[in-house]
Design a protein around this ligand. Sequence first.
Ligand SMILES: Cc1cc2nc3c(=O)[nH]c(=O)nc-3n(C[C@H](O)[C@H](O)[C@H](O)COP(=O)(O)OP(=O)(O)OC[C@H]3O[C@@H](n4cnc5c(N)ncnc54)[C@H](O)[C@@H]3O)c2cc1C
Length: 469
Amino acid sequence: MTKNIASQLVEALGADVVTIDPDGIAPWLSDWRGIYKGQAQAVVRPRTVEQVSRCLALCQHVGVPVVPRGGNTGLCGGATPDGSADNVILSLDRMNAVRSLDTVANTLVAEAGCILGNLRRAAQDAGRLLPLSLAAEDSCQIGGNLATNAGGVNVVRYGMTRELVLGVEAVLPNGEVFHGLRPLRKDNTGYDLKQLLIGSEGTLGVITAASLRLLPRADVRAVVLAAVSSSQQALQLFELLYGQCGARLQAFEFFTGACVDLVLTHAAGVQEPFAQRYPAYVLVELADSVDENGLGALLEAVMGQALEQELCLDAAVSASLSQLQALWKLREEISEAQRADGPHLKHDISLPIEDIPAFMASCEKRLQAVDAGVRPFIFGHFGDGNLHYNISRPAGAPSTWAAEQGEAITAEVMDEVMRYNGSISAEHGIGQLKREYFHRYKHPLELRLMQDIKKLLDPAGIMNPGKLL
Ligand SMILES: Cc1cc2nc3c(=O)[nH]c(=O)nc-3n(C[C@H](O)[C@H](O)[C@H](O)COP(=O)(O)OP(=O)(O)OC[C@H]3O[C@@H](n4cnc5c(N)ncnc54)[C@H](O)[C@@H]3O)c2cc1C
């Protein structure tokens, strides 16, 4: 029987905050990729922390599940309700104020519903950098970024979201407000509780605001696209660049020649990078606050050394901003191009970086044994040990292929990842998509501790059921 709470929510929060009309609810029921669809009895869009608190306290009292919702760009179905008609979707989109931006303390305090791209621009306008950057930044929200501990293209230099957060304000399922918004750089007073909420995918509480670190702007940029014979060569190139360029190394992205084929087939305005196709490519970006060191000259010198030492096959250094953008476009268009190519299997994995070449060789062998026609499109944040190991259907296979073969293929990839002590989710999280594998592979002690923490913070189990745990 449905636990109807809709009219109580309207009474407590007002009809402008709570939508209960099925037509108004319908657009909130599926995920970005259109893979998951659920049900809900209400969508709540609070404007204040106090409204979030009242909503959660009421839902916990009645025992109604709550699904926190950010920009809905998550790739694991975490913000999509399950099939229960009881669900209440709690969207943070109206809590989108920048509470403060301080260029002395170098902090930015933003409400959870702020769009990441807007925060990056606000920091930029103030002469600072918010380094978190991902292709979905003009849709995703900072609350969602914290809840998923998002990564993105600059992790090799600045770390994951977790490393950029100084404080968190959140509402616990019983309505209590966790006032952890301290902007302190140093605070060794016991357990760091905010870290529990970061990466918790909406299963412990609702993040309502965050205090973030700002860094010096690094507007001077230089980019090179290097052609490599293999991931082993990419690894050696990484070692050289990291050693020679140090903290200026801001991105080290890898993609195979097959990815370039895909992009040239499906994306407009993209050019063949070299006169010939190579097995794989590495896109490297250096960035600095000032150009007194001659960033472009440094990159050219290091790449000259790389060519001499046979650590790459060819290299194209950007000579202008438009060239720099054209090189990045090759990398950025891969996901969209694969989407245009048809249904495929996504595996966002991470490995000890030195094991990537061995993993790629052995995983390919395993997949060949299952289906010799599979088309791997491998790309990702190589410098962080993170690969998007995506598999498309064999040429001519029906569009139902991914649904039919998906489990067998994914099981091979995940098993191989675990054989190398890697992670089955590098940056996208678990959500609904990887729950089975998460439970299969997580160490029983870690799983039990997580379940104990969940019970402590959310004893009624109302927060985002069916996700993660
Ligand atoms: C084109 C594209 C590129 C992407 N590239 C990257 C990438 O490079 N790196 C990367 O890490 N991810 C990437 N992603 C995935 C996605 O953008 C991130 O996971 C992002 O952090 C999700 O933020 P969101 O606001 O859209 O959250 P949502 O999708 O709305 O929610 C994600 C999860 O967080 C929970 N949640 C959301 N807001 C809150 C809150 N305020 N309090 C508590 N829980 C909350 C939800 O319940 C859900 O479990 C990409 C996605 C797309 C579509």
